[in-house]
Ligand binder design. Structure first.
Ligand code: TEU
Ligand code: CA
Length: 572
């Protein structure tokens, strides 16, 4: 059987609110996406994935869906989505939507019914539990789980005097997948409604949390905190594979592709249980190993640049280990939940280092095996918000909850608040949500000059934008285009090759091989801003072949210059 289209594909992720505004309300929209399809196609990708555009009160930027079968009014209409589907297919682009079915919004009609009374037929569609009482008779949540956005994972509902579970925000109650009717309703409303409109598949949000393992207390890992991380109790529960096989049967009727998000799953055997081809559950998954680098427990409890190269390469090896199994992996460094990769892993202090870093990371990402994902703005090397932006510029509830938590628990301690702000400057999801930089006009061409963008435009848009880079043959954009073109033309080594790290403990130069059936890649990446010696003569003698991708003009045999990267293609 021929390899499916998505194995040798690059997929471009779009965040609707921040991509392109066409009606001057400062919020990106579906007509904006439609207007940029030529641009997306010019990058050379095979498909787009659009983050949630469903109706939603937007507590979590659309990951709180109040109606799966309708579109958030400021983004447009169902007809606008249909127009995009048609336009993509006319261009030979595929289109994925986001499937968010671990939870709904608290505004969803299902939840409104569920919370209305204990005897409501939809009561059991969500996860309700009675309160616990401590020895003093004080009401407590059913267990000590911490929500992913901070605080208890349970919310007390005065109406019926029970708690409901929300692994994410209070406004995102978890659906009860144990209930057969609930699953049926999810498949019909969130899945087939859109597959019938012709989409090619889904990115599946938090795909491993539908079956909870148990509701017992999580072990105390941080005694200072009231609530504890509980991934091991709510991820990868006993019925998860049964559910995904069930949903997989529907998806396979449409020949739909899926990429599931797999947090809290470091074991490769567990990963394989979702993506093994014989399982027919998911086409591929996003492992979190690489993007979680440098994060603390909780996420923002860390200091900037808290990572080493051996740590990064171990994480990459971990995700690349799927190559060669009957599962399939993905290569990505960014999405709407991650700060910008150049700011995290590269150096954006000078324009020279920024350019080198952007290309270095593009080389690494494109050279790794699996389906490649690129997030809007990554193709032009967008970076984190400047350090001096005030906390009031941050909009994400995850960032704001953390800042408030530190404020409240330290009694406004300035040192603690400074540390919290530094962590956000480095890792907040907000950085990825800064409006797309199209040109050098006011508001970066994201919206008109007189409009007020929903999130502040980056200070650097006059120098860093699409228009400028389309015209510059040495730009980050042109570099990505060329790298994606080469990757696509050589699936044997790029998408399918077997990854081998040549020296996992090396602290400054990352050298890895990719072995295909008839060819090999040798990838050299200097992650430091110093010149480093390398022993290429041992491999090549004095006949160094020309690198296929590189970020410096010439190629000395004995050194890699600051942030230098090269990809050599070798015949076996
Ligand atoms: O994210 C799930 C997830 O586990 C993390 O990426 C999470 O956002 C992060 O740890 C919080 O700091 C998905 C979506 O990608 C994210 O945007 C949503 O907020 C979340 O699910 C809830 O739907
Ligand atoms: Ca708009």
């Amino acid at each position: 059987m021929a390899s499916p289209w998505w194995k040798n594909a690059s997929i471009y992720q779009i965040y609707p609110a921040s991509f392109k505004d066409t009606n001057d309300d400062g919020i990106g929209d579906l007509p904006g996406i439609f207007s940029k399809l030529d641009y997306i196609q010019s990058l050379g990708v095979d498909a787009i994935w659009i983050c949630p555009m469903y109706d939603s009160p937007q507590y979590d930027m659309g990951y709180d869906v109040s109606n799966y079968e309708n579109v958030y009014t400021p983004y447009g209409t169902v007809a606008d989505v249909e127009q995009i589907i048609k336009a993509c297919h006319e261009r030979g682009l595929r289109i994925l939507l986001d499937l968010v079915v671990n939870h709904t919004s608290h505004q969803h009609a299902w939840f409104k019914e569920s919370r209305s009374s204990k005897s409501n037929p939809k009561r059991d569609w969500y996860i309700w539990r009675p309160a616990k009482y401590d020895t003093n008779g004080n009401r407590q949540p059913p267990n000590n789980w911490r929500s992913i956005f901070g605080g208890s994972a349970w919310e007390f509902d005065g109406e019926t005097e029970e708690y409901y579970l929300h692994l994410f925000a209070v406004q995102q109650p978890d659906l009860n997948w144990e209930n057969d009717e609930t699953r049926e309703a999810i498949y019909k409303s969130a899945v087939t409604f859109w597959l019938d409109k012709g989409i090619d598949g889904f990115r599946v949000d938090t795909v491993n949390m539908y079956s909870k393992r148990s509701f017992s207390d999580a072990p105390v890992v941080n005694a200072e905190h009231e609530f504890q991380p509980a991934h091991t109790l709510y991820c990868n529960g006993p019925r998860i594979h049964e559910y995904l096989r069930e949903m997989g049967q529907i998806l396979s009727k449409y020949n739909a592709v899926t990429v599931g998000e797999l947090p809290g799953t470091p074991e490769i055997a567990d990963v394989l249980s979702y993506v093994s081809a014989t399982e027919k559950q998911l086409s591929m998954v996003f492992q979190f190993d690489v993007v979680d680098i440098g994060m603390g427990e909780p996420r923002f409890n860390t200091t900037p640049q808290n990572w080493t190269l051996p740590d990064l390469r171990a994480r990459i090896a971990q995700t690349q280990a799927l190559a060669g199994t009957d599962g399939w992996c993905t290569s990505f460094l960014e999405n709407h939940d991650q700060a910008r990769s150049i700011s995290r892993l590269g150096d954006h202090e000078t324009p020279e280092n920024w350019l080198l870093s952007a290309k270095l990371l593009a080389m690494m990402t494109t050279a790794l095996s699996g389906t490649l994902y690129i997030y809007q703005g990554q193709e032009i090397g967008m970076i984190n918000a400047p350090d001096d932006w005030d906390i009031s510029e941050y909009k994400d509830l995850d960032s704001l909850n953390w800042y408030k938590f530190i404020k409240d628990t330290t009694d406004n301690n300035p040192t603690a608040l400074k540390k919290a702000k530094q962590a956000l400057t480095h890792l907040a999801r907000d950085h990825a949500r800064i409006p797309m930089q199209w040109d050098d006009t006011a508001n970066a061409g994201f919206t008109t000059e007189s409009a007020k963008p929903w999130m502040r435009v980056h200070d650097n848009y006059a120098e860093l934008n699409v228009k400028e880079q389309e015209a510059d043959s040495n730009s980050v954009f042109q570099f990505w285009r060329e790298a994606l073109r080469l990757r696509k033309s050589l699936p044997d080594v790029f998408a399918h090759g077997i990854f081998r790290d040549t020296d996992p403990s090396h602290e400054s130069v990352f050298i890895f091989e990719k072995v295909g059936e008839s060819q090999e890649l040798l990838v050299l990446l200097n992650f430091t801003t110093e010149t480093k010696s390398v022993d290429l003569a041992a491999k090549f003698g004095d006949k160094l072949p020309a690198a296929s991708i590189k970020n410096y003009e010439d190629e000395p045999i004995e050194v890699l210059r600051p942030l230098e990267g090269r990809v050599y293609l070798l015949e076996k």
